[in-house]
Design a protein around this ligand. Structure first.
Ligand code: HEM
Ligand code: HEM
Length: 191
């Protein structure tokens, strides 16, 4: 159900929950990935990698759900004041963020799986492993995984700056489209 908030139409609850859940999990995945990569002690590195890959795999699962949901539930129309350039910038940034939440975990997984490493969810549940080994593929996938973090940082920074610019400079209430409670001057429900 689309809700009317602050003079604009908001995303539905499922889209909002998935947005903020994935955003929070990305913070955990990035922090645990950096700790894993920088750890001097092998035990620490192994422990944080289990945490890292587990949260990464949860992000992957939620990203599949989210992309499927988005393809079947169009975004609410942007405010009529949005320029063509802003629409394009939003489409490219959002599309790339969707793709990253899918391909980053996939590259991380391939980097480990093609090397024959056991991949578990929090050390409790092991993912099924095949006999397939390809060390070149593993190295390339790992390099892609590590490089994509910089694309992620740049896109998230641009995304957050754009959201804050809309909220506090243009003051068009864009943030309320992606929030649970109604904005200051909001009104009725729709749909
Ligand atoms: C959206 C999800 C993910 C994000 C944002 C993410 C992010 C990162 C980051 C920032 C690093 C540190 C890279 C560096 O500077 O060297 C890293 C390392 C790594 N990630 Fe991920 N990652 C994700 C998912 C996964 C998944 C699902 C796996 C495996 C199943 C994985 C496996 C690894 C491995 C093996 C490393 C290297 C650790 C090392 O250098 O020893 N990642 N990741
Ligand atoms: C503090 C951090 C964040 C803020 C303030 C924020 C804010 C927003 C807002 C206001 C929208 C709605 C834009 C619109 O009305 O069209 C949005 C959409 C979106 N956000 Fe974020 N966001 C944050 C973090 C993230 C992160 C970390 C990701 C990474 C996946 C992300 C991915 C997306 C995507 C893909 C959309 C597009 C939704 C769609 O049109 O289907 N956001 N965000």
């Amino acid at each position: 159900m689309a809700i009317q908030k602050f003079g604009t139409v908001a995303f539905g609850t499922v889209a909002i929950v998935l947005h903020w859940a994935i955003a929070a999990l990305i913070v955990i995945a990035v922090a645990s990935g950096l700790i894993t990569a920088g750890a001097k002690e092998i035990d620490l590195s192994r422990a944080t990698l289990v945490v890292h890959q587990s949260f990464g795999l949860i992000i992957f699962t939620l990203a599949v759900v989210r992309i499927t949901w988005r393809l079947t539930h169009p975004a609410p129309p942007l405010p009529p004041t949005t320029t063509l350039q802003q629409r394009w910038a939003a489409t490219v940034t959002h599309g790339s963020l969707y793709l990253l939440t899918f391909f980053m975990p996939l590259a991380g997984y391939t980097g480990l799986a093609a090397r024959g490493r056991v991949i578990s969810l929090f050390g409790v549940f092991e993912l099924p492993q095949g006999e397939f080994r390809d060390f070149d593929l593993a190295r390339t996938a790992q390099e892609v995984h590590v490089s994509l973090q910089y694309v992620l940082y740049a896109l998230v920074a641009a995304h957050v700056i754009a959201a804050l610019y809309h909220q506090f400079v243009i003051r068009d209430g864009l943030l309320w489209r992606m929030w649970f409670r109604n904005g200051p001057a909001q009104t009725s429900s729709q749909g």
